[in-house]
Design a protein around this ligand. Structure first.
Ligand code: MG
Length: 121
């Protein structure tokens, strides 16, 4: 499968997968958000208790990379689906949030440093 699918294509592909299995009834916002969080936990497990150096070493291993790719994909699939069932245009949302981030963290003030105490959103 080519890796150049658009977000719209991925959304449709995930929607079709759900509809073919008659899972739409289960795909409500709360269970989808919980599922995304569970998958995020699985992703974090791959880093749990490892030092930066160990993670860097693991990333050389194809099996580890595949496990990481699977968990990143699981998180993204649930988030894409959550956006789909709530009618949120994810591309628009990301572009809008990145614009807010650009204004909140101007390059001239934040280049090379992260904010210590970002204001609460
Ligand atoms: Mg998983």
């Amino acid at each position: 499968m080519p890796s150049s699918k658009s977000l719209d294509e991925l959304t449709s592909l995930i929607r079709e997968f759900v509809e073919e299995r008659d899972w739409t009834q289960y795909q409500r916002p709360l269970p989808l958000a919980i599922s995304a969080s569970i998958e995020m936990g699985e992703l974090l497990e791959l880093f749990q208790w490892l030092a930066e150096e160990e993670i860097r070493t693991n990333l050389q291993d194809s099996e580890y990379r595949l496990a990481l790719a699977d968990e990143i994909a699981d998180v993204m699939i649930y988030l894409i689906r959550l956006a789909d069932v709530t009618g949120i245009d994810l591309t628009k949302a990301i572009l809008s949030k990145m614009e807010k981030n650009r204004l909140k963290y101007p390059v001239e003030s934040f280049r090379g440093r992260i904010p210590h105490q970002p204001p609460h959103e």
